[in-house]
Design a protein. Structure first.
Length: 116
């Protein structure tokens, strides 16, 4: 009886889900999630992001490179400084889900999410 009440949903292709899984693997690191949190509120340099993550700049650069390769981030050079920004607007939704589930600051509250 439940089968007849089930709504039909158009499924995403396995190839697309494979791409999604690869990008989610890229995000699946606490330093990368912290970097995304920060960049959703503005632009930052490698040094600023490294300080916030309490890691050396070369490690922050590697995290940024991986996220840039996945299309999540943009970089703009101003003189000798490089500023990173979010290129993928859906990261805000992903981060809102994470913050709502695992506890987040002001962004979860602004988006109507609850913290646990």
């Amino acid at each position: 009886m439940l089968d007849t009440q089930r709504k039909t949903r158009r499924l995403t292709s396995l190839a697309s889900l494979g791409q999604a899984a690869e990008c989610l693997r890229t995000l699946a690191h606490p330093h990368r999630l912290r970097i995304v949190q920060m960049l959703l509120d503005g632009r930052y340099t490698v040094g600023e992001l490294a300080d916030a993550c309490e890691i050396p700049s070369h490690m922050a650069s590697e995290h940024l490179r991986l996220m840039q390769r996945c299309g999540f981030l943009d970089v703009a050079k101003e003189g000798r400084r490089a500023y990173y920004t979010i290129a993928e607007p859906h990261l805000a939704n992903i981060m809102a889900c994470i913050e709502a589930r695992f506890g987040g600051g002001a962004r979860a509250a602004r988006s109507g999410g609850t913290t646990r």
